[in-house]
Design a protein around this ligand. Structure first.
Ligand SMILES: C[S@@+](CC[C@H](N)C(=O)[O-])C[C@H]1O[C@@H](n2cnc3c(N)ncnc32)[C@H](O)[C@@H]1O
Length: 341
């Protein structure tokens, strides 16, 4: 509410100032992850001086940084000793099951692209993080794939497993399967299932180490290449398309659904898991709006966060029937549909 006696009402200006500097929060989070602060402080509080010594950093900067971590809610402090909060201990200590730090790095790798947002809007242009020089390609792919895996492991994979009845289903093809996160989860939950995961060489290298770590080499095979170019076999029971529709143009999504249709046996099921507007909560709906801009800025000019109805109509055009749109209390929603017998 503007105070008529004070034309420079601070309460009204402050949200603008707050928004202008909100990228500082992102920088603080990124630096804390890159400097391993949450892992170092887990279970062992340190003073600023001790941390500065531990990471060989400038003590004054570390002092200011830790205070900033505290006021932004990333750390707690008592008598000058800094410790993780419960949340940072659960989700930002590398190596813990529900770690999401790689996903945060992946998002902040897009920094320089967002910094050019005005130009990109005018030109309708996409800038991938390594095209701006902000990160190199290897860092980009590693953080991107590990970040997708973080999402899977912090709840999304459990929802997928819960919502798919794969009883008696034997063969799954995972198109653009990334780190193989969902194929691994589905195979672990369904002992009769085996999977083929296809993605580019960088994601497949990461998938290979996860699959070996979990001892699933006999049940998950990996194909490094373009899913439109490779020989992917045929007669699959299920085709999983996770996180791909969001980053592709309508034309490529339709082409991908045609591909899935051709790969499935009659009666087979396609599963689309993605940011899609299906029964969204207010918070999810806000994330969809931001994702819609994000994917244009850093993935593909034709990329879009879609309505479930639109995706379902493309599946119908590709020859699938009985589309089921399934809202999920996590980031990605689901659509399943079947190839007629
Ligand atoms: C957002 S990631 C999703 C990864 C994984 N499915 C998941 O949900 O965690 C999209 C993936 O699609 C892959 N992809 C995109 N176009 C592809 C193509 N033409 N051939 C193979 N993979 C592709 C990308 O390399 C990337 O790994």
């Amino acid at each position: 509410m503007v105070n008529p006696n004070n034309p420079f009402d601070q309460g009204e200006i402050e949200p603008i100032r707050e928004m202008a500097r909100s990228f500082w929060y992102s920088a603080i989070l990124r630096a804390a992850i890159k400097l391993n602060v949450f892992s170092i402080l887990d279970g062992a509080g340190l003073t600023a001086g001790e941390l500065a010594e531990r990471i060989s950093a400038n003590p004054e900067f570390v002092g200011a940084f830790l205070e900033a971590c505290q006021v932004t809610g990333l750390l707690e402090s008592s008598d000058g000793v800094y410790t993780n909060t419960g949340t940072t201990s659960r989700f930002l200590v590398a190596g813990k099951d529900r770690y999401v730090g790689d996903h945060a790095l992946h998002h902040t790798n897009t920094w320089a692209s967002w910094g050019m947002l005005d130009e990109l809007i005018l030109e309708g242009k996409t800038m991938l993080p390594f095209e701006t020089g902000f990160v190199d390609q290897n860092t980009y792919w590693t953080n991107y794939m590990m970040g997708q895996h973080n999402r899977a492991m912090s709840g999304q994979a459990d929802h997928l497993v819960e919502n798919l009845n794969l009883e008696g289903v034997e063969r799954l093809i995972d198109l653009g399967g990334g780190a193989a996160s969902y194929s691994m989860a589905l195979c672990e939950a369904n002992p009769q299932l085996s999977a083929v995961v296809v993605d580019g060489p960088e994601p497949i290298a990461i998938a290979r180490s996860f699959v070996a770590e979990r001892g699933l080499e006999d049940r998950i095979s990996l194909i490094a290449g373009d899913f439109f170019e490779e020989d992917l076999g045929s007669d699959y029971d299920v085709a999983l398309i996770s996180g791909v529709v969001l980053i592709k143009s309508e034309q490529e999504c339709r082409q991908l659904f045609d591909l899935a249709h051709g790969l499935l046996k009659p009666g087979g099921m396609v599963v689309v898991q993605d940011f899609m507007r299906i029964g969204r909560t207010q918070e999810q709906a806000k994330a969809d709006v931001l994702e819609n801009l994000y994917v244009k800025v850093v993935f593909d000019p034709g990329a879009s966060d879609r309505d479930g109805d639109e995706v379902a109509s493309w599946l119908a055009d590709a020859g699938f029937q009985d589309p089921r749109q399934i809202p999920i209390p996590a980031q990605l929603a689901l659509i399943t549909a079947t190839k007629p017998d």
